[in-house]
Design a protein around this ligand. Structure first.
Ligand SMILES: Cc1cc2nc3c(=O)[nH]c(=O)nc-3n(C[C@H](O)[C@H](O)[C@H](O)COP(=O)(O)OP(=O)(O)OC[C@H]3O[C@@H](n4cnc5c(N)ncnc54)[C@H](O)[C@@H]3O)c2cc1C
Length: 430
């Protein structure tokens, strides 16, 4: 008998797991998540630094963070599993007026969007958090106490466990090798699901021309005639019949999109993290500290310190081995800002590398494919996929089940923005 599912999700990382959870919470439980690895978390999710913050520069990122951080603060109670959310804050440190103006502008935007507790802080305030900083060139900064960290593995497992309790199925060790579509001839051409407006049904897309005037859609995507629609996926376990496929394949998202003949501008980019051995010369608890002069940032991880810096020389590609030469590069930046870190011991074998999934404007792509009905993207988080996982799961489930979402203006993150030149600009990328 052919396997069938209402929705197939490709990828069981934190994003695919959140989509599964949000679909199940909305009553859509005939969902199959397909993961090629034998265990969850082998992709970017297992490599993440776990940072969550609302201190962003664009409305849509701030809105996604607001929803997500509130969700993380209630995660254990709502999902029934721990997220290990620690509200230790993010502390941005500016070393020139341009950076400080930028933080002030962002703060005004964050306050306007309901992130009420972002504070402007002085050099003296900053030194109270971490007295060991070299602060002679720091002129001020911002601090948000509800920013902080989660355990990405726990969040992913929590979402998936709860989804499975509701009936969602998870196939591990199974690769999706093809996405089957059928051609729609000119006479029966459909429209992108986001075109269907709020009254849409999964099986019966109604073109805008047939919609009643009162059903003005909340999502006004340019009418793109659909050339194909999804009929199923080919996997290493056989064919699965479905009309809805969600691409949650993280850094491999462009490859998965191509299986359906769709182009997706998502590229993998290596990021490396270096933990120190136990280190007691810094406080036991302090925020994520960001040195805006270099982009170096760090936080406590257990008894040691986790050091991060995005090397601008890194080139696009599927490279996940850690480069031992990176240790010296990052320690130079670390010791410059936190002189006592010269005493920190680092074992390069405990350091690791993973992949960011980058888009041209450093914002996620969430929503339907332009020319394949039933194919949805939730990709390209550009370093923010863990912190935005609650919002992205909810938005994707809303789009599939209702055709729109009240969480954000979904047009902002739709793939169409690239074709229409409506790129967003997020400069607060870490
Ligand atoms: C070093 C580093 C630090 C980071 N720090 C942060 C941070 O502090 N905060 C933050 O929010 N984000 C951070 N990120 C980004 C974050 O980790 C990612 O955005 C997020 O994990 C993406 O989740 P995902 O579920 O989309 O992708 P993934 O976790 O990569 O999951 C995708 C899954 O799809 C599966 N897959 C792919 N192709 C197929 C196929 N054909 N068939 C079946 N399965 C398939 C893969 O095996 C994988 O398990 C960091 C990333 C890195 C690398």
């Amino acid at each position: 008998m052919t396997e069938t599912a209402d929705v197939v999700i490709i990828g069981s990382g934190i994003v695919g797991s959140s989509v599964a959870y949000h679909l199940a919470e909305s009553g859509c439980t005939n969902v199959l998540v397909i993961e090629r690895e034998a265990h969850q978390g082998k992709g970017s999710t297992g490599k993440s630094m776990g940072g969550v913050r609302a201190q962003f520069a664009t409305d849509v990122n701030i809105q996604m963070s607001r929803y997500s951080i509130d969700f993380f603060s209630r995660f254990d109670e709502v999902v029934g599993h721990p997220a290990d959310y620690r509200a230790h804050g993010y502390l941005f440190c500016a070393t020139n007026e341009r950076q400080l103006d930028y933080l002030k502008t962002n703060r005004a935007r964050q306050l306007a969007l309901g992130v009420k507790d972002v504070e402007l802080v002085s050099r003296e305030d900053i030194l109270k958090f971490v007295p060991q900083l070299r602060a002679d060139d720091i002129i001020g900064g911002t601090f948000c106490p509800t920013d902080g960290f989660v355990d990405p593995h726990s969040v992913m497992m929590g979402f998936m466990l709860k989804a499975r309790e509701c009936g969602v199925r998870l196939w591990l060790d199974t690769q999706v090798t093809g996405i089957e579509t059928e051609s729609l001839n000119a006479g029966t051409a459909g429209f992108s699901p986001a075109e269907r407006g709020t009254e849409s049904s999964l099986d019966n897309p109604e073109p805008p021309s047939k919609r009643r005037a009162s059903e003005t859609p909340a999502v006004l995507v340019t009418a793109v005639p659909i050339e194909h629609r999804v009929t199923g996926v080919q996997t290493s376990r056989g064919f699965v019949s479905t009309n809805i496929v969600v691409n949650a394949a993280g850094p491999w998202a462009a490859q998965v999109a191509r299986l359906a003949g769709a182009e997706l501008p998502v590229e993998p980019l290596r990021r490396q993290l270096v933990p120190t051995e136990p280190f007691n010369q810094l406080p036991q608890r302090f925020p994520m500290v960001i040195d805006m002069s270099t982009g170096f940032h760090f936080r406590r991880e257990g008894k040691g310190i986790l050091l991060a810096w995005n090397d601008p020389e890194e080139k696009v590609g599927f490279k996940t081995e850690f480069d031992p030469k990176f240790v010296e590069k990052i320690l130079t930046r670390a010791a410059d800002r936190v002189p006592c870190l010269v005493d920190a011991e680092v074992n390069p074998r405990r350091a690791w590398a993973g992949l960011y999934e980058m888009t041209p404007d450093h914002h996620a792509i969430i929503g339907p494919a332009a020319n394949v009905a039933g194919l949805y993207f939730v990709n390209g988080f550009s370093g923010h996929g863990v912190m935005h996982s609650p919002a992205s799961g909810r938005i994707t489930a809303d789009l599939i089940l209702k055709g729109n979402s009240d969480l954000i203006d979904t047009r902002a993150l739709g793939l169409q923005r690239f074709a229409e030149g409506r790129l967003l600009e997020e400069t607060a990328v870490l």
